[in-house]
Design a protein around this ligand. Structure first.
Ligand code: SF4
Length: 574
């Protein structure tokens, strides 16, 4: 019998990406937090629990010692939707196998990896179940498995799901683990779970494998936010749910009172939070219960932070594909839902500031909450016309003046246990060329003009975290749900944050300059990035420095430069 008091445990986070749960840095998923809480609840002292991300193991190989020496190695990971990530690289199956071979103690793995593993983490692939040479695979909830395993003296466990009391307790008790995340404290966003499961049964999706929706009551989630903020977390995303509007209801219809308790409770216990975003919202809920949904959307927009996105899983605008894959929303219904979110939540913070009713000039912040659209290709029944229908849907949204925060187009991954597993990746592979052409067209014809509408020149994005250099530019993003990628002229110091003003738009990214840009200090590249400032004007600005005020620079441009520039730092300029 192993005494929990003396047990050493290493948790390795290989990252997760599920339809309704994200955990690639800067996100931390619920898995390591809950598992750490379950370990503490089972009697393992906090200081005997070590947490590493897979990227830390790659960057600092000495940490493999912790994999080797722990009495219990817990691996958490699994990708059930494919994607490309800037903040981290998910563990590949070979790396996970190496962990099992390296570990001297007992090994357990869990998370969505239980649904299957592909040859690599990519779209248009098929997956199969594989234990990757671990002693145990948690086929139920990994946090329940680890609790029961420790309780049994590392002998074994029954696969089971945890209950609401357990998750409420473990979520709070495991909050301490965030301090061991390499991104802690400033560049870390905690994914919050409000429910699991789904009332619908789309053919490709792993979420129904969790059954019908079950909700965590508001005090459970709010208590967790309280604990996480005590450990320095300031950024939150309510992303672990199939449909935020259904929160606390009967599984399908909205319950605005529960949403109010959730959102206002979070604001109360974490008044200094810097990000509060969400992820999934089901458009069918909006169409079927429009009034309650409007109220729910208003509540969210009153409490969230700007730039929030409600991801709509339209998946296909083609009725044949919808029919064959049990998709629950038609293109027309999704359009109505897009309209309603725009009407209720598409406002910008300055629209509701004290100067309400006064013309505040050009927009200065991102809208509070906008829809995003997910489109999925390679589904059963897909044909050439499917691509045209999808494009037409997006074009209509643009032509009728509405905003989408982002369009996510991807190819299906077929998992065992979902209806797509028979079809596999065959259709996706057959349509690869078609998919590529269509994707480029959407990027050029819809994404870019839409981005100009959502974030016109002069929009300020506070706290952009600078991540990497490329082609003489610095790229960074805000923390939040689907943050915009921002390119800034010049190579600036990385791993710090700056405020930027948007000056130009690419297909899926914007160009920005530091905000406000100091005329006495700005580089030529930064000055010429501002609309209306060419090489000559920029040259004149530099030559005639310093300036006491922006007016001294006597700039003749069609643009209102006060949106971008200031004149300070005279001592620097001299
Ligand atoms: S509505 Fe469909 S895609 Fe969305 S979570 Fe439910 S089953 Fe998955």
């Amino acid at each position: 019998m192993t005494d929990p008091e003396t047990l050493s445990v290493t948790i390795v986070d290989g990252y997760v990406d599920e339809p309704a749960h994200f955990g690639v840095p800067p996100y931390i998923s619920t898995y390591p937090r809950y598992a750490a809480g379950a370990l503490v609840d089972a009697g393992v002292p906090r200081d005997r629990i070590t947490y590493h991300t897979i990227d830390r193991l790659r960057d600092e190989p000495d940490y493999w010692r912790d994999v080797d020496e722990a009495d219990l190695l817990l691996y958490l990971g699994g990708m059930t939707v494919p994607g490309k990530y800037v903040g981290g690289t998910p563990a590949e199956p070979d790396e996970v196998r190496k962990m099992a071979w390296t570990a001297s103690g007992t090994t357990l793995m869990g998370g969505p990896v239980k649904f299957g593993v592909g040859d690599e983490n990519a779209g248009a692939t098929e997956t199969e179940r594989d234990d990757l040479d671990f002693d145990f695979v948690a086929k139920g909830d990994v946090e329940a498995a680890v609790y029961d395993l420790v309780e049994s003296g590392l002998e074994g466990f029954n696969n089971r799901m945890r209950d609401v009391d357990e998750v409420s307790r473990w979520a709070q008790e495991g909050a301490f683990i965030v301090e061991q995340h390499p991104n802690h404290p400033d560049h870390l966003i905690a994914e919050l779970e409000t429910s699991r499961g789904c009332a619908y049964r789309c053919s490709f999706c792993t979420e129904p494998l969790y059954g019908n929706p079950t909700f965590r009551p508001p005090p459970s989630v709010v208590g967790e936010v309280d604990a996480l903020s005590d450990y320095g977390v300031k950024h939150f995303r309510i992303g672990r749910q199939a449909d935020i509007l259904a929160y606390g209801g009967d599984g399908e219809a909205p319950n605005p009172d529960a949403l109010r308790q959730l959102y206002s409770g979070i604001r109360e216990v974490a008044p200094d939070l810097e990000t509060l975003h969400l992820d999934n919202m089901n458009p069918i809920t909006i169409v079927e219960w429009p009034e309650a949904s409007r109220e729910g959307i208003r509540i969210i927009a009153e409490h969230n932070t700007p730039g929030d996105t409600a991801a709509f899983g339209l998946e296909s605008a083609d009725p044949i594909v919808q029919e064959e894959n049990n998709l629950n929303v038609t293109a027309e219904e999704c359009f109505q839902a897009v309209k309603i979110v725009n009407e209720e939540a598409g406002w910008r913070p300055e629209d509701r500031s004290e100067t309400e009713g006064v013309d505040n000039g050009p927009p200065t912040r991102l809208p509070k909450l906008l829809p995003g659209i997910n489109l999925l290709h390679g589904l059963k029944g897909e044909r050439e016309e499917t691509y045209e229908r999808n494009r037409e849907f997006l074009q209509r949204v643009y032509d009728e003046g509405y905003m989408l925060r982002r369009i996510n187009i991807r190819q299906v991954m077929a998992f065992d246990g979902t209806e797509m597993s028979d079809t596999g990746a065959a259709i996706a592979n057959e349509h690869k060329q078609l998919f590529k052409r269509y994707k480029t067209r959407v990027r050029e014809e819809i994404d870019q003009p839409m981005l100009e509408r959502v974030a016109p020149p002069g929009t300020v994005l506070p706290n952009v975290h600078l991540e990497y250099h490329q082609d003489g530019k610095t790229f960074g993003r805000q923390l939040g749900t689907y943050p915009l990628l921002v390119g800034i002229p010049g190579e600036r110091e990385l791993e710090r944050t700056i405020d930027i003003a948007v000056v130009d738009h690419g297909y899926r990214s914007v160009t920005g300059v530091p905000y406000p840009l100091d005329l006495n200090d700005a580089s030529m590249d930064e000055l010429t990035a501002i609309p209306g400032i060419g090489d000559r004007t920029a040259g004149d600005i530099v030559v005639n420095r310093p300036y006491e005020t922006v007016a001294d620079a006597d700039l003749e441009t069609q643009f209102d430069l006060s949106q971008f520039v200031t004149a300070r730092g005279l001592e620097h300029a001299r």
